[in-house]
Ligand binder design. Structure first.
Ligand SMILES: NC(=O)c1ccc[n+]([C@@H]2O[C@H](COP(=O)([O-])OP(=O)(O)OC[C@H]3O[C@@H](n4cnc5c(N)ncnc54)[C@H](O)[C@@H]3O)[C@@H](O)[C@H]2O)c1
Length: 342
């Protein structure tokens, strides 16, 4: 039985509270939030949980084994450091921190104090995303040419980090999970319209080994909630729509057939049609499970069962390194920046 304190009960924290509260292997001992109104909401919804405005109450409670941190990104470093220093295991929301230096420091600290550090990159715990990974690894799609990812909505608008740090963090972890690699470079342009200096929309392109391109459109300033992903391989293509709960994946048996016997004809429409294979669309059934629940179970497996984190400090740091390259490119108005994963 793991006793947990959840820090931050804003938009996302209550989902973590519910999951750990309902799990047989954990109990939520404390919920901490600086905002009295949020504490009041928690009290009404989870009357048996102790609440506080001060993290010290959770840190000093010897019965608390782990902290789950769901506060704004800018606070992640300080709060996670305090938790590890106090000997607690940590599940911290994405992104790990807002800089490479602080993320590196937390990785080292977690190793020194021998505590689990898991980053909430929830998409690697998504069954549909895991299905896509199997398709890629089995070779069904052939050589992967490129992936395009669109993550948009109207809000929530952040004041501490830009749309890339807030939203692309998901897509970077997901693309890297699928490709089993990290990007070599990043280029990005963005626009700040609501708050000066904080990009509301960021268009980034990541170059992975083997000339695989990954394009990210991330924005909280868009009328449509979209989580649209397209993976294009030389044998098959697929789409992954995380908003479509019942049928998130479509497999397109489509490809361009290179007909070297007729190279001179490819610029006519008719011959172009002949050079495209269209074998139809399949919709695989994917068992629907709750990704956040899988993530919470995995955290418990790591702490109680000694499993290695799938999205641990090292993976969280790699995502931050990519985000840092995106930020440098934004400053350089789109110049391609190297990503040093180390
Ligand atoms: N995994 C996901 O899909 C997902 C989705 C949404 C948000 N998130 C992440 O969760 C985190 C929180 O996001 P949110 O949308 O809930 O933000 P939010 O602003 O709605 O809530 C943050 C809460 O933290 C509290 N807080 C801030 N500083 C604190 C401190 N020092 N001590 C105690 N409480 C403090 C605030 O009062 C607020 O209630 C972010 O890191 C975000 O990236 C992840």
């Amino acid at each position: 039985m793991l006793r947990i304190a959840v820090i931050g009960a804003g938009h996302w924290g209550p989902n973590l509270i519910s999951n750990f509260h309902a799990n047989d292997r954990s109990r939520v001992a404390w919920v901490v939030d600086r905002d009295a109104a949020r504490i009041e909401v928690v009290r009404r919804r989870f009357p048996d949980v102790r609440t506080s405005a001060n993290i010290d109450d959770a840190l000093q409670d010897p019965n608390v084994d782990a902290l789950v941190i769901a506060t704004p990104t800018r606070t992640h470093y300080e709060l996670t450091k305090q938790a590890l220093d106090a000997g607690k295991h940590v599940l911290v929301e994405k992104p790990l921190t807002d800089s490479v230096e602080t993320s590196m420091a937390l990785c080292k600290l977690a190793e020194v104090v021998e505590r689990v550090l898991l980053v909430g990159h929830v998409f690697v715990y998504n069954d549909a995303a895991r299905h896509v990974k199997q398709r890629i690894e089995s070779g069904d799609l052939g050589r992967i040419y490129y992936i395009s990812m669109m993550r948009t909505n109207l809000g929530p608008i952040r004041g501490d980090v830009d749309a890339a740090w807030d939203l692309a963090a998901h897509d970077i972890s997901l693309a890297s999970f699928w490709l089993d690699a990290w990007p070599e470079s990043a280029s990005a342009v963005g626009g700040s319209y609501i708050n000066a200096g904080i990009a509301d929309v960021v268009f980034s392109t990541l170059r992975y080994p083997g000339e695989v391109l990954v394009n990210l459109h991330t924005s909280w300033l868009n009328p449509r909630k979209a989580r649209d992903i397209t993976v294009v391989g030389d044998k098959q293509m697929l789409t992954f729509d995380d908003v479509n709960v019942s049928e998130p994946i479509r497999i397109y048996d489509k490809q361009v057939e290179h007909d070297s016997r007729r190279p001179a004809l490819v610029d006519s429409l008719e011959s172009f049609r002949m050079s495209v294979h269209d074998g139809g669309i399949a919709v695989p059934s994917v068992p629907a499970s709750e990704p956040l629940r899988n993530e919470c179970e995995h955290f418990l497996d790591c702490v109680l069962g000694g499993e290695s984190p799938l999205s641990g400090g090292r993976e969280g740091l790699a995502v931050v390194r990519v985000l840092d390259a995106i930020s440098r490119s934004l400053e350089g108005r789109g110049r391609e920046m190297a990503v040093e994963i180390g």
